[in-house]
Design a protein around this ligand. Sequence first.
Ligand code: MN
Length: 273
Amino acid sequence: MPALLAELIDALDTGRLRIVDLTQPLGPDTPVIGLPTQFASSPGMSIEVISRYDQNGPAWYWNTIRLGEHTGTHFDAPVHWITGKDLPDNTCETIPVRRLVGPACVIDVTVEVAKNPDFLLMPEHVAAWEKQHGTIPRGAWVLLRTGWSKRNSAREFLNVLGDGPHSPGFHKSTSELLARERDVTGVGVETVGTDAGQAGRFDPPFPNHATMHGAGKFGLASLRNLDELPPTGAVVIAAPLKIVNGSGSPLRVLAIVPERRKARARAADDAGG
Ligand code: MN
């Protein structure tokens, strides 16, 4: 094995690197996004047993699953939005796989979101983050850490009030900054979709989807465990199912993360100059 890959495996075996699972469990109870009633809705997951060591299959167990492409922890491909419909390599099966792996930049707005569930990430928040952690590199996965995944019930997670859902997201100008000036791979969020809950009322509606996908960028929704990632230094692997003409897909999102003690030691070194 090449030394570089042998070192990767050794680092994983010895705990110098570890894998963090950024994925929610996927099942019939997984909450799905609600849309205004004039639009078609996306079905949640249903599971039907084909056989379970019984007369339908005496030695094997398997299921039929049915679900919307955008269910649970899932990937948004550029073709998901009308702005990205004519871009090259815009569907799940045509995206070059190299683009699915990239450095993570984790922006923590947990405190702001606790005060305001409709919080929108503004360019000045990105500027403040970059002042501390460096410029967001080309090809990064920008992950918005909001603490939203700690909301355990579907009611709290979707947070639908009389005037629709309330959850955090990105201001249009921030999506433009990330897509055009930083040339990121995409954004990931803890909420049910990559736009804020109220974004159907924004101009344009769902501006993060419109901007990101129009620029050929991706989205990741319903992530969890972002609090186990450092602001920089992790690598995210987010590979959707290779669905032909797929607009998105449930997926397992993994992060490779430096071991915490080392990270703390480095932080102490940095602080010590
Ligand atoms: Mn989606």
